[in-house]
Ligand binder design. Structure first.
Ligand code: G3P
Length: 341
C-alpha cells in the first residue's frame, strides 16, 4: 500500500511538472492583470493605468504584470465593463458609465459641485468618495480602487456660442449616460448620445455640430479642427476610476490587496498632479492648432451653472429613476471639503 501511495505521489509530481505547475517556476512567472480603457495614449485615464502597472510591479517585486489596453482596444466602454464583470479581464478604467449599476456613481461628476480641483481632490480622497461608492461592489461585481480627474468639460462647436440663444438647435454629442442627457435637457441643448469612440467619425460626417469634453480630449482628438469654437463652460469635472473584478480582488492575499490599493492610490495622485498642471498646456496646443478659446459671458455662465444645479434633482427626487437615497449626505459631505474662507 505504502509503495502504491509513493508511486501515485511521484506520478502526480511528474504530471504537475509537465503541466507547468512547478511552484518554483510559477513563483517566477508574473501574474498577468489585464486592464482596458477607452482614452488614447497620453490622456489622464491611460496615464493612470500605466502608472498603476508600474507601481504594482514595483510594490509586488514583479509578482504582477499589468497589461494596459487603452483606446477601446478591447471594445467600447460597455463591452469592456462587461468583460471586467465576468472576469474575462481583471480591470478597467472608466467613469460615470458605472452609474447604470449604481446611480450614485454619477455623483462623482455632479455638475457645479466643487469650487476647484483641490476641493474635488480632498473630497475624492475622503468621505464623499466612500459615500458615493458604498454599495456599488454588490450591485456590479466590481470594486472601485480610486478616483482621479480628466479635467473640466467645455463646449466645442462649429459656430461661436456667446449667448444662451446661440446654443439652440446645435447638435452636440453627449455621453450616453443619464447625467449627461439630463444636463443637455436642462441646458436646452440638442444632445446626441453616443460613445466617445464614435465622436471623431460623427464630427467628420457632420452628424454632430460639436460636443463637450475636457481639454485633454479636445486636444487628443483634435475636435477643434472641425468645431473650432471652444467655450470654456467648465460645467462638469470628469472623474474616472480604476475598477477591478470584485471576485478577483477578494481572492487576493491580504498583502497583495494592499499593493493593489497602494498602486491605485499612487497612480491617482500622479493623475491629479498631471491634470492640475496640464489644462493650460492643452489650451496653448489647441490655440496653436486653430482653436478659438473664449470665456462665457456672465449671463451664459449663470445659465450653465443653473442648468448644472438643476440636474441635482435627478439624484434627490425619490421619483427619479436615478434617485440616490444618500444624495443629501453626499452633497453635504462634498460641501464640507470646501476651503474655509
Ligand atoms: O465619466 C464619464 C465621462 O468621462 C464620459 O465622457 O466624453 O469620455 O464619453 P466621455
Amino acid at each position: 500500500m505504502k509503495k502504491l501511495v509513493a508511486l501515485c505521489a511521484a506520478l502526480g509530481f511528474l504530471c504537475m511538472m509537465a503541466l507547468g505547475h512547478n511552484p518554483a517556476i510559477a513563483a517566477e512567472k508574473p501574474i498577468v492583470v489585464k486592464i482596458a480603457g477607452y482614452k488614447p495614449e497620453g490622456e489622464p485615464e491611460t496615464v493612470g493605468m500605466h502608472q498603476f502597472g508600474k507601481y504594482l510591479a514595483e510594490l509586488s517585486n514583479g509578482k504582477y504584470e499589468v497589461q494596459v489596453f487603452p483606446n477601446s482596444q478591447l471594445g467600447k466602454e460597455d463591452s469592456y465593463i462587461d468583460q471586467t464583470r465576468r472576469g474575462i479581464i481583471q480591470m478597467c478604467a472608466t467613469g460615470t458609465q458605472m452609474s447604470k449599476f449604481h446611480p450614485a456613481m454619477a455623483m462623482l461628476e455632479t455638475p457645479m459641485l466643487f469650487d476647484d480641483l483641490d476641493h474635488a481632490h480632498r473630497a475624492m480622497n475622503g468621505k464623499t468618495f466612500e459615500l458615493i461608492t458604498d454599495g456599488f461592489d454588490k450591485k456590479s461585481g466590481i470594486h472601485t480602487l480610486n478616483a482621479f480627474p480628466l479635467g473640466y468639460r467645455h463646449f466645442y462647436t462649429k459656430k461661436p456660442i456667446n449667448t444662451v440663444e446661440d446654443m439652440k438647435g446645435i447638435k452636440m454629442r453627449v455621453p450616453n449616460i443619464p447625467l449627461y442627457t439630463n444636463f443637455a435637457k436642462e441646458a436646452g441643448i440638442s444632445g446626441q448620445p453616443m460613445p466617445y469612440a464614435e465622436v471623431a467619425g460623427a464630427l467628420d460626417q457632420g452628424v454632430i455640430d460639436g460636443g463637450e469634453s475636457p481639454m485633454s480630449d479636445i486636444m487628443a482628438v483634435k475636435m477643434y479642427e472641425i468645431a473650432p469654437y471652444i467655450t470654456k463652460t467648465k460645467h462638469m469635472l470628469v472623474m474616472h476610476s480604476l475598477f477591478i473584478n470584485d471576485k478577483f480582488y477578494q481572492s487576493l492575499p491580504e498583502q497583495d490587496k494592499k499593493w493593489f490599493n497602494e498602486a491605485a492610490q499612487k497612480a491617482a495622485e500622479d493623475v491629479w498632479q498631471m491634470v492640475k498642471e496640464n489644462d493650460s498646456k492643452a489650451e496653448e496646443a489647441i490655440a496653436a492648432g486653430g482653436g478659438k478659446l473664449s470665456e462665457p459671458g456672465p449671463e451664459l455662465k449663470k445659465f450653465i451653472r443653473d442648468a448644472g444645479e438643476r440636474t441635482w434633482t435627478m439624484f434627490t427626487d425619490p421619483k427619479s429613476s436615478s434617485y440616490v437615497p444618500n444624495a443629501k449626505e453626499i452633497l453635504d459631505s462634498a460641501a464640507s471639503y470646501r476651503e474655509a474662507k
